[in-house]
Design a protein. Sequence first.
Length: 256
Amino acid sequence: MLGYRLGGLATITRNCGGVELHRVPAIGSVTFSPGDQPTEWASDSAIETIHVYIASGALASFAEQHLEGAAQPRIRDFFGVIDPWLAAYFRLLAAECALYDDPKGSDPQRPAASQFLDQTEHLLLRHLVRHHSDASAVPRFLDERMRVSPLRRSVTRRIEEYIEANLDADVSLHTLADLAHLSVDHFVRAFRNATGKTPHRFVLDQRLGHAAAMLKADRASIADVARACGFRSVAHFSVKFHTRFGVTPTQYRRSA
């Protein structure tokens, strides 16, 4: 479990493996607790945090793909450390979660964007293994710029057709990688080499392009357009649309 401190000035007590520590973690600091060690936590006042739980098999799968048969690495536990990369990662998650948390425009039956979360999980594991584990000196892993050939045009076209047919659904990164018969890591780099974009950015651009066409072509409500293009809420759709086109969906429709 990774924990990120968003707010609060509480003193935190952690008892892990019989060792008790007392600390006032700085806002923006990060804590990691391994799943194989029982850990107890206590706080003397209210705090605000984000927790990310990493599946037990995720690290094993990552090691199998990248560490060339080496033993599965162990992530070292840490308590209230300052890591700029992890802090930026959690700020991004906080911003995305805030956009999803829209009771008026969101559909509670639809899950968060698993394709986005899958991709950030991969980056998170890469960072943890490289900087916070006992495998940080593995030569192949440290070479993060290994060349990967672009996807063949026929495979890229298959991926594009699948995305176009499922813009209103949750497009999973694992599903896209399976369509290409590649591991997630290999697929992300091969797709980017073929299209110039990450899968997440490509899917987002396709959704925004389709939304713009819908806004021009018919009078569906903004909420219906957002839903048809796979956005979790009107707020999320509006923010992404404005970032791409410089105007809100309503303004775009009026100008069209």
